[in-house]
Design a protein around this ligand. Structure first.
Ligand code: GLU
Length: 312
């Protein structure tokens, strides 16, 4: 292709250096003490290409919590365990234009078609759509799915983050009770929240995110084996909603700047998908006002421009 192996590595190193000054302009998430302990200087990138080649630079091996980047995986499991038609009866796919933890749902807005799975209320609902004999089994299946997509059996949960999410997550609790009181979920609310808090606390690296992004770029097929991990239809569903809603209420701006399906999390990660071409994982924990990795977006903007990645 246009960029040889050596050029790609040099390119990633160069872009990291060019974007490094942005890392400190962001702010660490501080709604729980564990996240504010992150090192704002950490900055890493990992690329998994469709020709099987992988490229990386910086702190690509540093672990951080997946946070909202688990939302597309929750949606995938809900789609696989049920059907697209079933899931669509309970959620909408239109952008909310509101922050991820918005709670100002009027009686009218709690209508199912206004619940988006890329914001907290919809993600909590997806937790109740994952199948399992017990609540524990539902989470175990999610963790196994995450490990499988990332090709990393060592992925685990950051217990300290999980416990603080659980202790302090009263707004998420309120959202879950809102779902329950509206009859949208039927399950035990605390158990469903427990799945959600654990899900947010799954620990990953840039490499893991790039590998997961690769499967979404590759119509649901795994990298090495070509094994079908989810259907091409589901990949299209998730990539579409990531394009319109993956970067919180900054998704429109991101679509203009970068032009790729992507999901960010308040842990500082971004997973980006270049359909048919590559999966990208980025980590820089300094966040912008919307909750997106600030240097991460800069990096993706430059990468997109240099490699002609924008779908538009
Ligand atoms: N644990 C966070 C919450 O539910 C996740 C937020 C995020 O990454 O957007 O509030």
């Amino acid at each position: 292709g246009r960029f040889s192996v050596i050029h790609m590595e040099e390119l990633l190193e160069r872009l990291l250096e060019e974007c490094r000054s942005y890392t400190r302009l962001g702010k660490l998430a501080d709604y729980i003490p564990e996240l504010s302990k992150a090192d704002i200087n950490d900055f890493g990138v990992y690329l998994v290409n469709s020709d099987g080649k992988e490229f990386y630079a910086g702190d690509f091996d540093k672990k951080f919590t997946i946070q909202s980047i688990i939302k597309p995986l929750l949606l995938l499991m809900a789609l696989m365990d049920n059907t697209t038609e079933y899931v669509r009866q309970y959620i909408g796919v239109e952008a909310t234009g509101k922050p991820f933890n918005a709670i100002d749902y009027s009686e009218q807005l709690i209508l199912k078609e206004h619940i988006n799975p890329m914001v907290n209320i919809g993600a909590i609902e997806m937790c109740s759509m994952i199948h399992g004999e017990t609540y524990e089994e539902r989470f175990d299946r999610l963790l196994a799915f995450t490990r499988k997509l990332a090709g990393n059996p060592e992925i685990d949960v950051d217990e300290a983050v999980y416990l603080s999410e659980k202790r302090t997550g009263n707004k998420n609790r309120a959202l879950a009770y809102l779902l329950k009181s509206s009859g949208i979920i039927d399950d035990d609310v605390e158990e469903i929240l427990d799945i959600y808090f654990r899900a947010c606390s799954i620990r990953v690296t840039c490499k893991d995110l790039a590998n997961i992004g690769f499967v979404l770029a590759n119509h649901g097929r795994g990298k090495k084996t070509g094994e079908v991990l989810f259907s091409g239809r589901h990949a299209r569903f998730v990539n579409a909603i990531l394009t319109t809603c993956g970067m919180y209420d900054g998704s429109g701006d991101f679509a203009i700047k970068v032009g790729l399906p992507a999901k960010s999390g308040v842990g500082g990660g971004i997973m980006a998908v270049s359909p048919t071409r590559m999966g990208i994982g980025i980590y820089s924990p300094g966040l912008d006002k919307k909750g997106n990795s600030l240097a991460g977006i800069q990096m993706l903007e430059q990468l997109s421009e240099t490699l002609y990645l924008s779908m538009f």
